[in-house]
Design a protein around this ligand. Structure first.
Ligand code: NAD
Length: 504
């Protein structure tokens, strides 16, 4: 039995108990062979919250064995869709019951406002579990005509097996839900590796999995460093699929590890450098609101952050003024203050990385029209920064910053706007703002992205697929499409009348 940490949440005068071990076979356990710990930091204060056991490669082996055993015995094909649905509904109810506590923990560990963690991240995650609970007893294959007198075929959509799931720190609960819900819905078992920066809520959710009634080994959770536990999962010979969200650099490593081990199925949701296009016919007030959301939401630590904005010449000056006023209106601060709309960035490393980009933008000759100055005091707070006078070759225009830093350019024609938008190796999201319906249709068709938002930005729904093209990833999460990531199609050929003459 591993320890629990008592975590004080001073702003609320409250204490929360969080398990700090590895969750394997429905028990929290210490590492089998390692003393390594993850130090969990509050990014708003830079203080250590607690330490969590870091799984070794051997621990990953143990967790994978537990998941395999459950897959063969209590889960996998041994449980009905009705039961999988019932359990997912129960799990969702428990998360909803504990939403406030989970939101406080999420805020403490990740920095995002409690209000946003509770009403958006957790609210959406509860819905995600319920959405896939709806699918759990509706997994169907096809019945295929071959010869109505003698033969037919049908397909079964079998659960793929043991799934390694590796998630980042920007949406610790939501990325967990996007991966866990479809996997459990179809009957897969899971070894979940949360980010080393944000393991707390993933561990807390394990208590709820047990309370919901999931059999031992169905959902295992192994906080660990990426190059230890993550790498061990990606290269494990008994893992059937790895689902990953994070950087493109790591995504490549995971695909390589999968290829070199057992050719496990891989889905990758990677970074982006998503463009917003604002055309002259747009509702400028609304476009500015959506553009501000696009770069400020989650302090810019968002794979779909609208970090490049291109505005049509004829409305450029007016729009920039409007945008600056909108972005300046957002209050950044400690997530326990209900009046803030954005928190700190996750870590010192990320903070310095963002500042390096801001300095490079200045050095390359872009103009800072908002922010761009370091604050002092504790916490990794970065005020939103807007650059204009950008050039396509600048680092701030080419590379994913993962912070609240926006590059604004301009265009004359629709054709030019599309060329600028697609001038990136990424292809995750894109936004179009225009009141010309034909233009919206033309432009959304030309944009190279897995998601295009028309006259809105960044909103996702559990029934709509999400994923990238180009360097932004492969595979789709959410919607019915995600079920394909966790199932393996088996064709069964059935002969009820044909006789084989032999020899041929
Ligand atoms: P990362 O890719 O290093 O980490 C994401 C997850 O992968 C973590 O759980 C990590 O432990 C794991 N990981 C790291 N190395 C691994 C390896 N060799 N094998 C298997 N798993 C491994 O991302 P990060 O360091 O957390 O953030 C760096 C950058 O990644 C960010 O600045 C941003 O550009 C991008 N990012 C993107 C997303 C997204 O949602 N697309 C989320 C977080 C970070």
């Amino acid at each position: 039995m591993a320890a629990k940490a008592t975590i004080a949440i001073p702003a609320l005068g409250k204490q929360v108990q969080v398990p700090t071990g590895l969750f394997i076979n429905n028990e929290f356990v210490p590492s089998s062979d390692s003393q390594e710990l993850l130090s969990v930091i509050n990014p708003a204060t830079e203080e250590v919250i607690c330490s969590v056991v870091s799984a070794s490669a051997k621990d990953i082996d143990i967790a994978v064995s537990a998941a395999r055993q459950a897959f063969k015995t209590t889960w996998g094909k041994n449980v009905t869709g009705i039961e999988r649905s019932r359990l997912l509904h129960k799990f969702a109810d428990l998360i909803e019951r504990d939403a406030q506590e989970l939101a406080e923990l999420e805020s403490l560990n990740n920095g995002k406002p409690v209000r946003i963690a509770r009403d958006f991240d957790i609210g959406d995650s509860v819905q995600c579990l319920r959405y896939y609970a709806g699918w759990a007893d509706k997994i169907t294959g096809q019945s295929l005509e071959i010869d109505n007198r003698t033969k037919m075929a049908f397909t079964r959509h079998d659960p793929i097996g043991v799934c390694g799931q590796i998630i980042p720190w920007n949406y610790p609960i939501q990325m967990w839900a996007w991966k866990v819900a479809p996997a459990l819905a179809v009957g897969c078992t899971i070894v979940m590796k949360p980010s080393e920066w944000t393991p707390l809520t993933a561990l807390k959710l394990c208590e709820l999995a047990k309370e919901a009634g999931y059999p031992p080994g169905v959902l295992n959770t192994v906080p660990s460093y990426g190059n230890v536990g993550g790498a061990a999962l990606a290269s494990h010979p008994d893992v059937d699929k790895v689902a990953f969200t994070g950087s493109t650099v790591t995504g490549r490593k995971i695909m390589e590890a999968a290829a070199k081990s057992n050719l496990k199925k891989v889905s990758l949701e990677l970074g982006g450098k998503s463009p917003h296009l604002v055309f002259e016919s747009a509702d400028l007030e609304q476009a500015a609101n959506w553009a501000a959301l696009g770069i400020c939401y989650n302090s810019g630590q968002d794979c779909t952050a609208g970090s490049r904005l291109y505005v049509q010449d004829s409305i450029y000056d007016k729009f920039i003024k409007l945008l600056i006023s909108k972005v300046s209106a957002l209050k950044i601060g400690d997530g326990f203050d209900d009046s803030v709309g954005g928190g700190p960035v996750i870590s010192k490393v990320q903070y310095e990385r963002i500042w390096n980009y801001i300095e490079s933008g200045k050095k390359d000759g872009a103009t800072v029209v908002l922010g761009g100055e370091r604050g002092n005091g504790k916490g990794y707070f970065v005020q939103p920064t807007i650059f204009t006078d950008i050039k396509p070759s600048m680092k701030i225009v080419q590379e994913e910053i993962f912070g609240p830093v926006l590059s604004v350019g301009r265009f004359g024609s629709e054709e030019e706007a599309i060329t600028l938008a697609n001038d990136t190796n990424y292809g995750l999201g894109a936004g179009v703002h225009s009141n010309d319906a034909n233009q919206c249709m033309r432009v959304s068709s030309e944009l190279e992205a897995g998601t295009v938002w028309v006259n809105q930005y960044n909103l996702l729904y559990n029934n709509v697929p999400f994923g990238g093209k180009k360097n932004s990833g492969i595979g789709r999460e959410l919607g019915s499409y995600a079920l394909e990531e966790y199932t393996s199609v088996k064709a069964v050929h059935w002969n009820f009348g044909e006789k084989l003459e032999w020899p041929l």
